[in-house]
Write a protein that binds this ligand. Structure first.
Ligand SMILES: NC(=O)C1=CN([C@@H]2O[C@H](COP(=O)(O)OP(=O)(O)OC[C@H]3O[C@@H](n4cnc5c(N)ncnc54)[C@H](OP(=O)(O)O)[C@@H]3O)[C@@H](O)[C@H]2O)C=CC1
Ligand SMILES: O=C(O)CCC(=O)C(=O)O
Length: 466
C-alpha cells in the first residue's frame, strides 16, 4: 500500500448510541430472527443469551451491533440426503447437516452429532456457541457444526460403518484441512471418526488433518479424548481458586456417561473430589460413597465396549442405586458438572441445587442449562462456568491436533496436557477481565460472551462486509 493510501485510511468512528436506541436495535434483531427462524427454538435460546450479555458492548460502539446482526446468519448451511442400506438389505434415509457459521478466525471447526433429536435448530445453536468457544481458545479456528438424525442405538457395527461412509460421501465436498475440520460430538467417537476419515481419504486420495479426534496411531492428538472433561475440571479449578476453594472433599454431580462425563469424573477423582452420580438417557446412577477408580473403569467398559444402558452397571456394583428416568440434580452435593445434552437442567432442577447448597455449575455439555436455570444460579450467586468457556478444552486440543498434523508430528502427552491447562486458565482469566472491563464485576458468563465475541467481531469488521 502506498503512503498516500495509508494517509487515506481513516478508522471507522466510534458511534455511541443512547441506551434506549440500543435496546430497540436489540429487540429488532431478535424480532427479525424470530420472524425468519421462529421454529428454531434452540437457536433462538442460544442467540438470546448472547444478545443479552453483549448489551454493554453494543452501548460502547454501534459497529458491534452490526457485526452481531451479520454473525447470526450462518455463512453457509448444507443439508443433504444420507442413504444407506441396513443389515436386512433395506434402504434407509437420514438427513445430514453441516452449518458453517463463521470463518472469521480460521477454518470452520466443530463436531458432528448423530442423534434422533438433531435438526437444523440444534446444529445452528451448536455452531453459534462454537463461534465464541473457539474464539476463547485463542487458536486460529472458525466455527461450524454438523451431524445427522441417524440413531446409532441398536445399529450393528457394519450399519454404523455404512452410514458414516454415506454421510462422508456428500460431506467431503465441503470440508478440508484449510476449509472445514469436523470432529466428534454425541455418538460420534473414535469408531465413527475412523469410518469418516477412511471414506474421506478414499474419496480424495489425501491423508490430511481434515478431521480431528482421530486415533493416536494415525494422526490423532494425545489427550484429545480426555480434553473436554479434563478441560472443564481445569476451568472449575481456576474458578475455585479465585474463590479461595479447592476440590478436596467436594461432592460432585456428573450427568451423562459418555466421553465428556467419563473424563470429567476421572479428573475430579484425581483432584480428590467425590463423584456421586453419572447418568444416561434412561436415568441416573448414585454411588452413595462416591465412584472409585474401579467403578469408573466399569462405567467406561459398559459405555465404550458393551455400549449398554446404565441400569446394567448394577451388575458391576453392589453399592450403586439406579433411578430410572430421573436426573441427578436433586442429590445433595457441592458442585455440578452437566455433561449430557442441551437443556438438561431446567428451572426446577436448578432450584433444587440452590436449596441443597450447590456452590457451582460447570457446563461440560453444550447449553445444558435453560435460561430459567441460569437465572436461579445468578440469583444464588453460584459459580457458573458457561459451556462456551468451560467445555472449550475439547476443541482446543482439536486445534492442537490440527497444528500437529500440519507439522507431521505428535506431541508428548504431558505437553498437550500442559497446553490444555494453560488454555483453560487463560479462558477463565480473559472472561474475568472482559467482565471487569465492562463494569460487570466477576460475571464470568457475560465475560465469556464478551471476550469470545469481540475477537470474532473485530476480525469480521477488519475483513470487510463479506
Ligand atoms: N466430545 C467432545 O469433545 C465435546 C462434547 N461436548 C458436549 O458434551 C455433551 C456430551 O457429549 P459427549 O460426551 O461427547 O457425547 P457421548 O455420545 O459420548 O455421550 C453422551 C451422553 O449424554 C447422554 N445423553 C445424550 N442425549 C441425552 C438426552 N437427550 N437425555 C439424557 N441423556 C442424554 C448419553 O446417554 P445415552 O447413551 O443413553 O444416549 C450419554 O451418556 C454434548 O452436549 C456435547 O455437545 C462439548 C464439547 C466437546
Ligand atoms: O473438537 C472439535 O472440533 C469440536 C468439539 C465440539 O464439537 C464442541 O466443542 O462442542
Amino acid at each position: 500500500m502506498s503512503e498516500q493510501h495509508l494517509d487515506d485510511f481513516v478508522p471507522a468512528p466510534v458511534i455511541v448510541l443512547e441506551p434506549t436506541v440500543v435496546e430497540s436495535r436489540i429487540q429488532n434483531i431478535y424480532k427479525t430472527l424470530v420472524e425468519r427462524d421462529g421454529d428454531q427454538k434452540e437457536y433462538l435460546e442460544a442467540v438470546y443469551e448472547v444478545l443479552d450479555a453483549l448489551k454493554p458492548v453494543f452501548l460502547k460502539d454501534e459497529k458491534y451491533i452490526e457485526a452481531f446482526e451479520r454473525l447470526i446468519e450462518p455463512e453457509r448451511q448444507i443439508i443433504f440426503r444420507v442413504p444407506w442400506v441396513d443389515d436386512q438389505g433395506k434402504q434407509r434415509i437420514n438427513r445430514g447437516y453441516r452449518v458453517q457459521m463463521s470463518s472469521a478466525l480460521g477454518p470452520y471447526k466443530g463436531g458432528l452429532r448423530f442423534h434422533p433429536t438433531v435438526n437444523l435448530s440444534v446444529i445452528k445453536f451448536l455452531a453459534f456457541e462454537q463461534t465464541f468457544k473457539n474464539s476463547l481458545t485463542s487458536l486460529m479456528m472458525g466455527a461450524g457444526k454438523g451431524g445427522s438424525d441417524f440413531d446409532p442405538r441398536g445399529k450393528s457395527h457394519n450399519e454404523v460403518q455404512r452410514f458414516c461412509q454415506s454421510f462422508m460421501t456428500e460431506l467431503f465436498k465441503y470440508i478440508g484441512p484449510d476449509t472445514d475440520v469436523p470432529a466428534g460430538d454425541i455418538n460420534v467417537g473414535a469408531r465413527e471418526i475412523g469410518f469418516l476419515f477412511g471414506q474421506y481419504k478414499r474419496l480424495t486420495g489425501n491423508f490430511t488433518g481434515t478431521l480431528t479426534g482421530k486415533d493416536t496411531k494415525w494422526g490423532g492428538s494425545l489427550i484429545r479424548p480426555e480434553a473436554t472433561g479434563y478441560g472443564c475440571v481445569y476451568f472449575a479449578l481456576n474458578y475455585l481458586k479465585f474463590r479461595n476453594l479447592d476440590f478436596a472433599g467436594m461432592k460432585c454431580l456428573v450427568s451423562g456417561s459418555g466421553n465428556v462425563a467419563q473424563y470429567t469424573a476421572e479428573k475430579l477423582l484425581e483432584y480428590g473430589a467425590t463423584v456421586l452420580t453419572v447418568s444416561d438417557s434412561s436415568g441416573y446412577v448414585l454411588e452413595p460413597a462416591g465412584f472409585t477408580r474401579k467403578n469408573l473403569d466399569d462405567i467406561m467398559h459398559l459405555k465404550n465396549i458393551v455400549r449398554g444402558p446404565l441400569i446394567k452397571y448394577l451388575e458391576y456394583s453392589s453399592t450403586a442405586q439406579f433411578f430410572p428416568n430421573e436426573k441427578p440434580w436433586g442429590v445433595k452435593a457441592d458442585l455440578a458438572f452437566p455433561s449430557a445434552t442441551q437443556n438438561e437442567i431446567d428451572g426446577d432442577d436448578a432450584e433444587k441445587m440452590v436449596a441443597n447448597g450447590v456452590l457451582g455449575v460447570f457446563e461440560g455439555a453444550n447449553m445444558p442449562s435453560t435460561p430459567e436455570a441460569i437465572l436461579a444460579y445468578r440469583k444464588a450467586k453460584m459459580m457458573f462456568g458457561p459451556a462456551k468457556a468451560a467445555n472449550a478444552g475439547g476443541v482446543a486440543v482439536s486445534g492442537l491436533e490440527m497444528a500437529q498434523n500440519s507439522q507431521r508430528q505428535q506431541w508428548a502427552r504431558e505437553m498437550v496436557d500442559e497446553r490444555l491447562s494453560t488454555i483453560m486458565k487463560d479462558i477463565f482469566e480473559s472472561s474475568l477481565k472482559a467482565a471487569r472491563d465492562y463494569g460487570l464485576g466477576d460475571d464470568i458468563q457475560a465475560g465469556a460472551n464478551i471476550a469470545g465475541f469481540l475477537k470474532v467481531a473485530d476480525a469480521m469488521i477488519e475483513q470487510g462486509i463479506v
